[in-house]
Design a protein around this ligand. Structure first.
Ligand code: NAD
Length: 420
């Protein structure tokens, strides 16, 4: 079937789906319904720039399926954003929500823009305009947005405020990942990174590794990477490498995570943190370490990098960091490298977003320890389901995780009929 969904990231999602559909023996005639998004919205967002000119930015929102409930997914402000990338991310969200047992289909949206180049006022204008254009297509029981690369709690507060202004009342259940002061939940900010570190901990237990004798390298030091670093360091893991889009550092004696956090809080990025520890970003992923955490962008591990990886655990905190060609290599190296696939590894974010939505709908708010206890419970369940499937069918962790998600959506579609 020819479609508007093209590009390398969409191809990746499609190829992964094909292998899982083959494994699940889903008939050809049912596959397009499972793979192709239900809706794709494209918009133009004109805003006044600080220099007095009007700039127009392209925005997207893709809602993958409506079979299990409303759609749910992040909003990305990045130069790479296009309909293919957003669709792939929406599809991955569907398998992720189904694996975690959440009552959602996947969605994703974004704007093609370098968020770092905007002033705070420009970012607010763009955020408000994006939500304003999306009002006819979203709602607390239709599609619920969240943050992703280039967006944060403040952007979610602007989204919520813009939607609420048009409804004439406060509707804080329209987005998740908001500040706690605006109906957000305790624990959401750190949820994804904490979840990544929790699953690394579970994997270390299985592999009989000792945290205090282990080292980690983390690519990406934004929301996910920084909280994963804090939590891994708290468990006793030595963080020997970190990078972001501005700088890369490696120190085998260990980097000071608190100092890295303080530096990024003050300067907005890792740039200028150290001259002695500066390292080549192209070589970072293949350096020897026990735990490798890609927590930035897609497709950073291709077949060549996969062949050279020198880690025991690959914890995919980012969405889609590993290409299908790299997967084939990792399949050969299954005994050497324990992969925590993205749809499991970073699912802490959407799990706590789900908790936030539930609390907003009920206007009954939980304490931080309740949020985090429930988070660990759902992560442990999903982790165990993946491990059981791997052991039963002798398949890779990724195929097992995706198969559980795809199977759940496929079964719901079969029982409901053609509508959703
Ligand atoms: P963020 O915008 O807070 O941080 C992104 C980080 O990646 C920044 O430090 C940026 O400098 C860095 N980066 C960008 N390009 C890079 C490059 N080429 N090399 C090295 N570093 C680079 O975004 P985030 O929310 O932390 O998201 C990171 C990843 O995690 C994305 O793939 C996102 O889809 C995924 N994710 C995020 C959440 C969440 O709750 N925020 C949930 C699930 C998955």
């Amino acid at each position: 079937m020819s479609s508007i969904y093209t590009g390398p990231v969409f191809e990746m999602a499609r190829n992964q789906f094909r292998s899982v559909a083959d494994y699940l023996e889903i008939p050809e005639g049912r596959r397009d319904r499972l793979l192709y998004p239900k809706r794709a919205i494209t918009i133009s967002c004109p805003i006044h720039m600080d220099n007095g000119e009007v700039a127009v930015f392209q925005g997207y929102r893709v809602q993958h399926h409506l079979t299990l409930g409303p759609t749910k997914g992040g909003t990305r402000f990045a130069p790479s954003v296009d309909i293919g990338e957003v669709s792939a991310l929406a599809i991955w969200m569907s398998w992720k929500c189904a694996l975690a047992g959440l009552p959602y289909g996947g969605a994703k949206g974004g704007v093609t823009v370098d968020a770092y180049s905007l002033s705070k006022r420009e970012l607010e204008s763009l955020s408000r305009r994006y939500m304003q254009e999306m009002i006819p297509f979203v709602g607390p029981h239709i599609d619920v947005m969240a943050p992703d690369m280039g967006t944060n709690e403040q952007v979610m507060a602007w989204f919520m405020d813009t939607y609420s202004m048009y409804q004439g009342k406060t509707v804080n259940e329209i987005v998740t990942g908001k500040p706690v002061s605006s109906g957000g939940t305790e624990g959401r900010r750190e949820a994804t990174g904490l979840g990544v570190a929790h699953l690394i901990g579970r994997s270390m237990e299985r592999l009989k590794m000792t945290p205090s004798a282990s080292t980690a390298i983390i690519q990406g030091f934004g929301n996910v990477g920084s909280y994963a670093a804090i939590e891994l360091a708290r468990q006793g893991v030595k963080i020997i490498g970190v990078s972001d889009h501005t700088a890369c550092y490696l120190d085998r004696n260990g980097l000071d995570v608190d100092a890295l956090i303080a530096h990024t809080a003050e300067h907005g990025s890792l740039k200028g943190f150290s001259t002695e520890a500066a390292f080549d970003p192209d070589q970072m992923l293949v350096q020897p370490c026990d735990i490798l955490v890609p927590a930035a962008i897609e497709r950073v591990i291709d077949a060549d990098v996969a062949g050279k990886l020198n880690c025991r655990i690959l914890a995919e905190a980012a969405n889609g960091p590993t290409t299908p060609e790299a997967d084939a290599v990792l399949d050969q190296r299954r005994d050497e490298i324990f992969v925590i696939p993205d749809i499991l590894c970073n699912s802490g974010g959407v799990i706590v977003s789900y908790f936030e939505w539930v609390q907003d709908l009920q206007q009954l708010f939980w304490k931080r320890h309740e949020v985090l206890d429930r988070l660990r419970g759902l992560l442990d369940d999903a982790f165990q389901r993946v491990i059981d499937r791997v052991e039963k069918d002798k398949i890779s962790h990724r195929v097992a995780a995706m198969a559980i998600g795809v199977d759940k959506v496929a079964q719901a579609k079969q029982t409901r009929g053609l509508f959703p």
